[in-house]
Design a protein around this ligand. Structure first.
Ligand code: XBP
Ligand code: MG
Length: 250
């Protein structure tokens, strides 16, 4: 993909450096995890004897629905002919799926995306605060970041808000509003780092400026409302990135 014009890069560096806090989305932003989620869903369906199989094209469409439990309900509703799927069934499917996701992540096959570790380290070195605002679960966040940053990863984040911590998942602003409340910061003083239009809408509704890093399943989304759109965070300037290997990097 075309590298962004130098102006965009310099806006991105300025936007990142000036922020009191960087609020990170997880799936698709910190790592390309959605492909593992897709595989984990299919393993859970097979385990429970369902003849469902989500290929990448089907999953890309289903990703318009945030939240794994909600996504399975939306898919079930689209089948019309399927047998009823009660909440307990959905919860059990999601529990199995989450276990498979952790197994896949623990193989180390899903590293942080380019530029993520460097940006986290540089932000810490500048005294900026770090937070997470995601639709996925705390278990999934811990599996991913323990593998990528070591088991003490949470010590570097001032707030970690997951999908089930709030009433409404993205594109509702709830997770971002909760992060801002916990940080006691004003929205314009922070920057959200996101990969999807649902994430962009959620952060924008909370008043948080957004830097988009395009990802595998959301590359063609409408990012007009974003302050900056990059292909990945390694496009940030050197001053906004630390390039030396992080002490706990794998
Ligand atoms: C992405 C999501 C999540 C994941 C699956 O979250 O919408 O639902 O696709 O994880 P974000 P769960 O981009 O906000 O990090 O099955 O745990 O929902
Ligand atoms: Mg995402």
């Amino acid at each position: 993909m075309q590298a962004p014009p130098a102006a965009a890069r310099c806006d991105a560096d300025e936007l990142i450096r000036r922020a009191a806090a960087l609020i990170f989305d997880v799936d698709g932003t910190l790592a390309e995890t959605e492909e593992l989620h897709r595989q984990a869903f299919n393993l859970a369906f097979a385990r429970q004897g369902l003849d469902w199989h989500w290929d990448r094209a089907v999953y890309k469409d289903l990703l318009r629905v945030t939240g794994g439990k909600e996504r399975m309900r939306a898919y079930h509703a689209s089948l019309r002919t399927a047998a009823p799927l009660v909440d307990e069934d959905v919860a059990e499917l999601h529990r199995i799926k989450t276990a498979h996701f952790a197994e896949l992540v623990n193989t180390g096959c899903c590293p942080l995306r380019p530029g993520v570790a460097g940006l986290l380290a540089a932000a810490r070195a500048r005294g900026q605060r770090l937070a997470i605002a995601t639709t996925t679960s705390h278990g999934n966040i811990d599996a991913l970041l323990s593998q990528a940053l070591g088991t003490r990863w949470a010590a570097d984040f001032d707030a970690v808000v997951a999908g089930d911590d709030v009433r409404h998942k993205k594109p509702a602003p709830d997770v971002y509003l909760e992060v801002l409340a916990r940080l006691k910061l004003d929205a314009p003083d922070c920057v959200a780092v996101e990969d999807s239009s649902n994430g962009l809408i959620a952060a924008s509704r909370a008043g948080v400026p957004v830097l988009i890093t395009r990802s595998m399943f959301f590359g063609e989304d409408d990012f007009t409302a974003a302050r900056v759109v990059l292909d990945d965070l390694s496009e940030l300037g050197a001053a906004t990135q630390k390039t030396e290997k992080q002490p706990h990097a794998q």
